[in-house]
Design a protein around this ligand. Structure first.
Ligand SMILES: CC(C)(COP(=O)(O)OP(=O)(O)OC[C@H]1O[C@@H](n2cnc3c(N)ncnc32)[C@H](O)[C@@H]1OP(=O)(O)O)[C@@H](O)C(=O)NCCC(=O)NCCS
Length: 272
């Protein structure tokens, strides 16, 4: 028996096993957060008493939904579990009348998403830097987020997500903000949104002066050449490339008004 079920907060340690085996950076807190934001959009397949596959879909209003955490235990791959979960997630989103659906696809996941009609939008890169000695500055700054700017960057309102991420680490001003949070393998820098290059640089430099002693992951859109330059100059190296993919959910949907030039770091492959 392998029915699709809603993921529950009690599933997080098993879900964590799936992401850890895949080498992902998510923590159990990340799983808890996704489930708390989208309790009716997080699905799993349980078989032989184990959670063996997952997929999550977060709605940012009616404009945009983000699919993530598409994972199948290596022992259970090739049995159609990810396909069933994707179908279920897309049915759920059709019921929510969402205009656009996006995700960040690994090379393993991409053929599956293409078969559902997702089209390539742009590349997303994971950059990494190992910790260096002697950085211990403290970061000071506002934590009142410029939500209008985030809306202009991302194309829709993701204030609920940002409110849940900001307590881990956040510095903000009227022209930008940066956040960071713990990861399973490295500290995660992101999301970071800035109106101008100087602000992006200031936020990133401030973050790095306080946290450069730790290993850091930074997921960026290579179309933002300023972000790429900042990452290279600070000694980060590109470790992985994923493909951001898009599916039109509703026929009459007008284009999403996002602006990648404001995006210095994404919020996570599972959030966009
Ligand atoms: C990608 C992943 C979720 C697929 O899970 P799965 O349950 O094995 O997938 P399914 O059995 O439903 O297969 C779906 C499609 O994936 C592809 N696929 C699955 N197994 C494959 C294999 N061994 N070789 C090539 N393609 C394969 C096929 O396109 C398949 O399409 P089909 O139904 O027409 O055969 C799984 O390999 C995985 O967890 N990978 C690591 C994490 C990851 O990269 N996740 C994607 C994040 S975007």
């Amino acid at each position: 028996m392998s029915d699709i079920r809603y993921l529950q907060p009690t599933d997080t340690s098993e879900a964590m096993h799936l992401s850890r085996v895949a080498g992902w950076n998510q923590t159990e807190d990340d799983w808890r957060r996704v489930i708390s934001i989208a309790p009716d959009g997080c699905f799993g397949i349980r078989t032989e008493g184990r959670l063996v596959a997952t997929a999550t879909a977060i709605c940012y209003g009616k404009e945009l939904a983000w699919i993530g955490m598409v994972l199948t235990d290596p022992d259970y791959r090739g049995r159609g579990y990810a396909r069933r979960l994707m179908k279920r997630a897309l049915e759920y989103l059709a019921g929510r009348d969402v205009a656009w659906i996006k995700l960040d696809a690994t090379d393993m996941g991409r053929p599956l998403y293409s078969s559902f009609g997702f089209e390539d939008e742009c590349l997303v890169e994971r950059w990494w830097r190992g910790g260096t000695e002697g950085t211990s500055a403290r970061l000071h700054g506002d934590t009142v987020l410029p939500l209008d700017l985030d809306g202009a960057a991302f194309g829709t309102d993701r204030s609920e997500l940002l409110a849940k991420l900001s307590p881990y680490g956040c510095v903000a001003g009227t022209n930008g903000y940066a956040m960071w949070r713990p990861g399973e393998k490295a500290l995660y820098f992101g999301p970071c949104v800035a109106r101008q290059e100087e602000e992006g640089r200031r936020l990133f430099d401030g973050f790095l002066s306080a946290h450069g002693g730790q290993d850091i992951f930074w997921d960026l859109l290579p179309g933002n050449s300023v972000a790429v330059r900042l990452a290279s100059a600070a000694g980060f190296e590109c470790r992985r490339r994923l493909t951001r993919m898009t599916l039109k959910g509703r026929g009459s949907a007008s284009p999403l008004g996002n602006n990648d030039q404001y995006v210095y770091a994404i919020a996570g492959f599972e959030y966009g």
